[in-house]
Structure formats: C-alpha cells, structure tokens
Design a protein around this ligand. Structure first.
Ligand code: AMP
Length: 388
C-alpha cells in the first residue's frame, strides 16, 4: 500500500486535471487514454506552481507528468529576452536530453503558440547549439555543457521560472554535484522547482532540502510484481568461456533483440567485436562513441534491424523500449538495484522475457547477495554440460 497514491481516484481523466485544450487534443492523438498515477498527482500540483518531489522510475510516465503542465503554464506566457530561457530541465545523460527534448517537441507541435525547445549536451560540437540558442523557451541540458554555454554567454539563466532536475539520483552519482550547485547559484531565487529521482538517499535528501520549497511529494512504487513474470537463469561458466557461451546462447536459442550488459566501455567494445567476428550482428554503445553512432545503434536496435546491443548501465537507461525479450548480463552490476533495473523490462504477462546472467566462480558470492536482495532465487545451469 502506498499512502501517497492509493487514495487517488482511479478513473480520473486528463480533462479533469486542468491542462489546456490543445494539449488534451494532443493526448487523444497520442493515444494517452488516462493519466498514470504520477500524472494524476503531479499535473495539478505543477499547474498550481507548487514545487514537486517525484520519486519514480523511468516507465512511470514521469516525463509527461512535468512536460504537460509546464507547457500549459507557458501558453500565453512565453515572453522573455533573447537568450533567456523560461524553463530549464537538467538531465544526467545525452540520451535523456534527447528523449525529454523529443517529448517536449512532440507536445509543442500541437500548440498554436510557438514554444521553442532545445536539447543541449556534450560530446558534439558546441557551435550549432550556441547559434540555436536564440529565443529558446525550454532548454533541456546536461550540466557540463550547460555551464560551457553559460560561460560563452550563449544563454542566461536569470529568467528561469521553472527548474526540473530529472533523474537527480543519477546526476549526483555521475558526479555532477558541483556543476548542479553552480547552476543553482545562477538561477533567480523565486522559481518553481521539480525534482525527480528513482531512489531516495542522503544526497537526494540534501539537494531536496536545498532546492525544494514545501514540495508536494509523490512516490510511485516500482512494479516489483513484474519480477515474477521474468524467467531468470544463471549459467556457471569459466571466465575464458564467457564469449563462446554468449554466442551459443544467442545462436542456439535463436535470440533476437538481445541487450547485453558489460561493466566497462572497453568490455562492451570487445564483446561486440567478437560477436561480429562470429557472424552475429552486434554494436556497442558507450560514452566514447560519437553521438551519431550511438543514436544510430539505438534506433537500429529499437526497430529490430540490429540483433545485439552491448551496453553499460548508464547508456542502457536511454533505451526507451517498453518490453525487451532478452537481457544477458555478461558481467554482473555491482548493485542489486541495477540488476533489477537491467532485467525489469523483460517481464510481461502475455510473453515473459528472459534474463540470463553469466556467473564465474568469482561472481558466485555477489550473485547470491543480489538474489537475496531481490528475494528470488535464480535457476542455475552448469555450462559444462552444454556443447559449445
Ligand atoms: P516515462 O516514464 O516518462 O519514460 O514514460 C514511459 C512511457 O509511457 C513513454 O513511452 C510514454 O510515452 C508513455 N506514457 C506516459 N504517460 C502515458 C499515458 N498516460 N498513457 C499512455 N502512455 C503514456
């Protein structure tokens, strides 16, 4: 039971939440039939200009929960000096910047009034972003690149009315604390603040104390029952046999659309190279690849044109696929939470997916800890009995 969400009426419609008529038309067009729990609570609070603390994961509908009311509030209210943005959304990664930017752009395309949205992130040339920063209303940015743009006087933050910190936990984990603090010091004191995080921690607590003023708190529990729908398997294997076992599993079981996790960018490249050399279509995505290459790999994987995507945890967060049939942990993540996050998208009632972990003798203890935390025991197979 969740006291913060369980007292909500269940059949509330978007019409009753107070968003503008043009956005209601957009929702019908996009087949958003009814608001998700986080949207039921966040939309009215944000429309009223309250601060919001949303504890929610990707997949809960959190993006629309702030995009819709922010755009509603902006309609008829977009005036600002050039290079002074109205809304600033801070995100930890380029992929999320693009995704959030796309959601804003999708909904603004239904508005009569022109609202300009721009995602900016590092790893690509800064010049086009500087030029594009004319008359932007909504800026979606990763912290480092934003500060570069501020230092170049390409954008000023003194007119920001609404600040969003999305995936704030990830932002702090990635070491963006100092950048975020500097950005906060450049914002006007009076403003609306919205902070979203998948988890609560001391760090998140500190930043919410610093940023939020009497926030409306919304907590959406992760759907843990999903774990029951996932077929989990572990294969005991020697370190040097991992590559051949991975190929065997993909080929022998004729797996399509497989997301393989490694713990380092070096390993991701290495695994993808070996798969390709053995005739299995695979690409690695990680922070050292160019923006264009990452985008293409993601698009190909989502469309089904690419069979295997090899990724690290950070990059995999940017993959907006509701259901993944196969996840393979080539290497285990350090935290049990990340393990659950990795396999979470493979659970679906009508066709349960499969999550496979390759377990070396050194991994055994750690995998036991993960299973204990998850409160589920994984069926183990000894790969020595397999012919590969
Ligand atoms: P998010 O948690 O923001 O990443 O959203 C997860 C997915 O749910 C996205 O693909 C959204 O387009 C979709 N979505 C969000 N809200 C709704 C809704 N009320 N009805 C249907 N789909 C939604």
């Amino acid at each position: 039971m969740n006291p913060l969400t369980d007292n909500l009426p269940t059949n509330i419609s978007f019409n009753e939440l107070g968003i503008s008529a043009s956005l209601l038309r957009a929702l019908t067009d996009q087949n958003y039939k009814e608001p998700y729990p986080i949207q039921q609570k966040a939309i009215p609070a944000i429309l009223e200009k309250s601060d919001v603390l949303g504890i929610a994961q990707t997949g809960s509908g959190k993006t629309a929960s702030y995009v819709l009311p922010i755009l509603s509030n902006l309609e008829g209210n977009t005036e600002t000096k050039n290079r002074h943005v109205n809304v600033l959304v801070l995100v930890p990664t380029r992929e999320l910047a693009m995704q959030v930017g796309e959601v804003f752009q999708l909904f603004t395309s239904y508005l009569q009034e022109k609202i300009k949205v721009l995602p900016v992130y590092g790893g690509v040339s800064i010049n086009p972003q500087m030029i594009n920063l004319q008359n932007v209303n909504v800026l979606v940015a990763t912290p480092g690149r934003l500060l570069e743009l501020v230092d170049a006087k390409a954008v000023h933050l003194s007119a920001v009315r609404t600040l969003v910190l999305d995936e704030a936990d990830k932002m702090l984990n990635l070491g963006f604390k100092e950048e975020v603090n500097r950005i906060l010091s450049l914002l006007p004191k009076r403003r609306q603040n919205l902070l979203f995080s998948a988890t609560l921690s001391e760090d998140i607590d500190a930043i919410t104390q610093l940023v939020l003023h009497e926030p409306v708190v919304i907590k959406i529990e992760a759907k843990s029952e999903n774990l029951d729908l996932i077929k989990q398997l572990g294969y005991f294997v020697a370190e040097e046999k991992k590559g051949p076992l991975l190929r065997y599993l993909i080929q022998h079981n004729e797996l399509q659309q497989v997301l393989v996790f490694t713990s380092s960018t070096y390993k991701a490249d290495n695994v993808a190279d070996k798969l390709r050399k053995n005739g299995i279509d695979a690409t690695a995505i990680h922070s050292k690849k160019s923006q264009g290459a990452r985008r293409k790999a993601l698009e190909d994987f989502i469309s089904g044109a690419l069979r295997v995507l090899v990724a690290t945890d950070l990059l995999a967060r940017g993959i907006d696929i509701e259901f993944l049939p196969h996840v393979i942990n080539y290497e285990l993540p350090r935290s049990p939470k990340d393990y659950i996050h990795r396999i979470g998208r493979t659970g679906r009632a009508e066709s349960p997916g499969e999550a496979i972990s390759l377990i070396t003798p050194e991994d055994k203890n750690h995998f036991r800890v993960i299973q204990k935390k998850m409160k589920k025991w994984v069926t183990m197979v000894d790969s020595e009995n397999l012919e590969f």
